[in-house]
Design a protein around this ligand. Structure first.
Ligand code: GDG
Length: 476
């Protein structure tokens, strides 16, 4: 019987209708050989091991986060230490011993549960920063199957890692995987820099690293969206998403309300545009920003800042029949979102740091190719690495973003079409189904747990690869 795919993520998808892009993309791989998805149930509760929440067409096994796990592992070490660190906000890192202890404890407990379920011929695919130590903990329990890892957020700079309680653990944790997938070539370069600086690591030219007894490969796999599905959702079916409140023209922004998304500067830039460029024109900024991690202080602060900024800008410029910023601080239906993207003249993505940013890809996929809107994209979003024909901006430069809004709203049709075609190619080349299959194929090609003799053979092969440039990890 062929091995199964076991996906492990912080959250488990709990229902077909609400399944996200990742769940849909992994569906075939999971269904094919009776796969398993393991993740935390959205409702915390007392510990009770893994329990099944569905098995059609693949098994979903959930575990409960205790209130301490939720506070210290999830909100604490994951979202008040690793998240700010990876998004270049070391100033927001909140170091408390109980956060790190619970992060390690939860990962150890989860490794116990996975070890009970995994068979040697299974492939395990672990997702994101909440679960960095899982492979290391599984190896300590004798689990020998291939284990891949994908980090959805930026890989941190080497110097920034020094703020962690035990910075050397990141390399040791990652080295326990067979394959480490990152969003961009720049992330891969930062990860390799970390290994190069570590005396325990011996990096090879193809992006693989010998680390003590193990061999790990590091490569970029830029994540994407289900392009056709989003395009179909955006298609005009006669519904007016604004009802009777349709603005004359509008620029759209869609983001979880997170400090990494650069929202205050986006609002300021729109204010600058109105002050210096609009000249009687009356576009709206439609900002959809559902709440996120609201109990964390940094998130509370940015929520207040945005309310204050939108109030101030609207107070200054609004007219009886025009509200410049329409700020919606809650989630809206995905189909409606797709239609709004299609109707927008431009989209603002202003992240100060972002692993990829799927909103940029959704906006491009939703456009009418014959009359497309313009994507204004932060240089610091992973999406900018391949979407080079978007209007790239520095999100710290409010004046530059105001000029970009002006340029987007005045851009000739031919230039809009040319830029859109180029961005659409990048979006189609990273379709989520390709992303999934490329990652799983690369994991299948990994040599797996190595013996000393196998390692020396590998070393000889790599020295050939060095000269031929075969399988270069950077640039894929
Ligand atoms: C992490 C990384 C990386 C947003 N508001 C609503 C809504 N959304 C949807 C968007 C998009 C998704 O949420 C957000 O994805 P992003 O990629 O933009 O950002 P993160 O949530 O920070 O995701 C990121 C991603 O992982 C994948 O690897 O790209 O860099 O930070 O799909 O459309 N959806 C609905 N209503 C909303 O109000 N229905």
């Amino acid at each position: 019987m062929p091995g199964r795919l076991i996906v492990v993520s912080n959250r488990i998808p709990t229902g077909g209708a609400t399944a996200g892009g990742l769940a849909v993309a992994l569906h075939d791989g999971l269904a094919e050989n009776g796969g398993i998805w393991i993740g935390a149930h959205p409702e915390p509760g007392p510990e009770e091991g893994l329990f099944e929440i569905g098995s059609d067409p693949y098994t979903r096994l959930a575990f409960r986060l205790s209130p301490e796990d939720y506070s210290n592992y999830y909100l604490g070490f994951s979202n008040s230490v690793l998240w700010p660190l990876c998004h270049r906000r070391s100033d927001l890192v909140d170091l408390r011993p109980e956060f790190y202890d619970q992060y390690l404890a939860l990962n150890e407990r989860l490794a116990d549960m996975i070890a009970e379920v995994a068979r040697p011929d299974d492939d395990i695919w672990v997702h994101d920063y909440h679960l960095l130590p899982i492979a290391h903990a599984l190896r300590a329990r004798g689990v020998s199957c291939k284990i891949g890892y994908f980090l959805h957020i930026p890989f941190p700079a080497l110097g920034d890692m020094s703020v962690l309680p035990d910075p050397g653990m990141i390399a040791a944790w990652l080295a326990a995987y067979d394959l480490v997938g990152l969003q961009t070539r720049a992330d891969t370069a930062r990860c390799l820099e970390m290994f190069r600086a570590d005396p325990r690591a011996e990096p090879f030219a193809d992006g693989s690293i010998k680390f003590e007894e193990r061999l790990v490969r590091v490569r970029s796999f830029p994540i994407g969206i289900a392009v056709d599905e989003f395009r179909q959702m955006a298609a005009d079916d006669g519904t007016a998403p604004f009802g009777s409140e349709q603005p004359e023209e509008f620029v759209i922004g869609v983001d979880r309300l997170d400090y990494s998304k650069g929202l205050p500067n986006r609002f300021r830039a729109f204010g600058e545009y109105l002050e210096h460029h609009a000249k009687g024109r009356r576009p709206c900024l439609l900002q959809v920003a559902p709440p996120s991690r609201e109990v964390v202080e940094a998130y509370r602060q940015i929520t207040e800042e945005l309310e204050e900024l939108s109030g101030r800008i609207n107070g200054r410029y609004a007219q009886l029949d025009w509200t410049p910023i329409r700020y919606i601080h809650r989630s809206i239906d995905r189909g409606r979102l797709a239609m709004l993207h299609r109707q927008a003249s431009a989209c603002l993505v202003t992240s100060l740091a972002d692993g990829m940013n799927l909103v940029a890809k959704e906006f491009v996929a939703a456009q009418k190719p014959e009359d497309p809107g313009v994507l204004i994209l932060s240089r610091f979003a992973g999406a900018a690495e391949d979407m080079t024909e978007a209007l790239l901006v520095n999100p710290y430069d409010v004046g530059e973003m105001a000029s970009a809004i002006d340029a987007a709203l005045n851009m000739p049709l031919e230039e809009r079409q040319r830029r859109h075609q180029s961005c659409l190619r990048a979006v189609e080349n990273s379709d989520i189904s390709l992303w999934t299959s490329q990652f799983l194929q690369a994991l299948a090609r990994c040599p797996g747990t190595m013996t000393m003799s196998a390692r020396s053979t590998h070393k000889r092969r790599e020295s050939v690869a060095d000269t031929t440039g075969v399988e270069s990890s950077i640039g894929t």
